[in-house]
Design a protein around this ligand. Structure first.
Ligand code: 5GP
Length: 343
């Protein structure tokens, strides 16, 4: 047994220090980024915010809406090939460039992935969906089968695992174990890593090899998204912040006159009952089921998030999102927002 003594930080432990800025307006800030991916050599341009590959968030409806603003969606893995066929028939090449097809690591998963990719050459992104990142072998196999596609793999939280997955053939690494809003991994296993430190360490490792990272999980407010980018995330993936909207999965539930939508972790017993016929005997659920207030169209939430990050950029003098990390100095804090008037 060993103890690492240096303190690891989460979003709540820091704020971004304002800096002298010549930017006059938020409208001058560009949130678009352009990336060239390590193995596939593909180029992508857009606002690097992603809907999570959860069946309550990474829906076709969400993908359509997010793509209008050049945001990205990791479409969940539970759509059938028939549903994909219908969706792709009514979808432009641009939209296909803003989605990833998620897959598990089983034999059936690989077969289904191939069937979906056979439907359209315009599909470019594969998201390998495993709760912990020991997917190296599967990444290698997938890279052999799809040399030109962009492979997203994860989830990991340490630099050496980032490097292993990049070397195995992944282009983009998903970073985050335990920070998710409906995740109970830290409760059930004691395993985890504060997200801000995970981003800083993993971004450093990935950028050293020419790869990118996605900060996945733990953003509860737009300020957290800005902090994730400030820490070096190339993309930020959102679950809970995009839940509860018209475009999110599931029905609206009414409780005592108030409207809610059900939101649950992909390893929750709700998800396992729905997709795997229950929680297998050898495992525990590692996700919660909650009801989140119904929030109407996702458009308003997107404006809130994008407006917030633009404002962050003006506070630190970053004319483009690309400059945000360079312009970020985090300060350690013992307070966040004033909650006097919060419920
Ligand atoms: P959020 O943005 O809601 O804080 O986090 C979303 C992320 O939580 C997802 O992208 C995924 O990585 C993670 N997640 C989703 N469902 C579960 C679950 O049931 N268990 C765990 N451990 N993580 C989950």
């Amino acid at each position: 047994m060993r103890i690492e003594q240096d303190l690891k930080l989460g979003f709540k432990d820091v704020m971004i220090r304002p800096k002298r800025s010549t930017l006059k307006s938020r409208s001058q800030v560009s949130l678009e980024r352009e990336y060239t991916f390590l193995h596939s050599n593909m180029k992508w341009t857009g606002v690097p915010i992603m809907a999570a590959n959860m069946d309550t968030v990474g829906t076709f409806e969400m993908a359509k809406k997010l793509a209008e603003k050049t945001l990205f969606t990791a479409v969940h893995k539970h759509y059938s090939v028939a549903e994909w066929t219908t969706f792709l028939n009514e979808t432009s090449a641009e939209l296909k460039n803003s989605i990833a097809v998620s897959t598990g690591t089983g034999k059936e998963d690989s077969k289904k992935l191939k069937e979906i990719f056979d439907l359209s050459e315009d599909l470019k992104f594969i998201c390998i969906d495993v709760a912990n990142g020991y997917s190296e072998h599967f990444v290698k196999k997938t890279r052999e089968q799809y040399p030109d596609k962009v492979i997203i793999a994860g989830n990991v939280v340490t630099g050496e695992m980032v490097e292993e997955l990049l070397i195995a053939g992944a282009d983009i690494i998903k970073v985050g174990i335990g920070p998710g809003s409906v995740c109970t991994t830290r409760v059930k296993t004691g395993v985890g890593y504060p997200q801000l430190s995970a981003i800083i360490e993993c971004a450093d490792a990935a950028h050293g090899l020419g790869g990118q990272i996605i900060s996945d999980g733990g953003c509860a407010i737009p300020g957290d998204v800005a902090k994730a980018f400030g820490a070096g995330a190339d993309f930020v993936m959102l679950g809970g912040m995009l839940a509860g909207h018209d475009e999110s999965g599931g029905d609206v539930i009414e409780v005592k006159g108030e409207k809610f939508k059900r939101f649950y972790g992909m390893s929750s017993s709700t998800a396992m009952d729905k997709h795997a016929g229950g929680v297998a005997e050898y495992r525990a659920s590692e996700g919660k089921t909650v009801q989140v207030p119904y929030r109407g169209p996702v458009e308003n939430t997107l404006q809130d998030i994008l407006g917030g990050i633009r404002s962050t950029c003006t506070y630190v003098g970053a004319g483009r999102l690309k400059e945000l990390t360079k312009r970020t100095t985090f300060i350690r804090v013992a307070e966040q927002e004033n909650t006097v008037y919060s419920k």
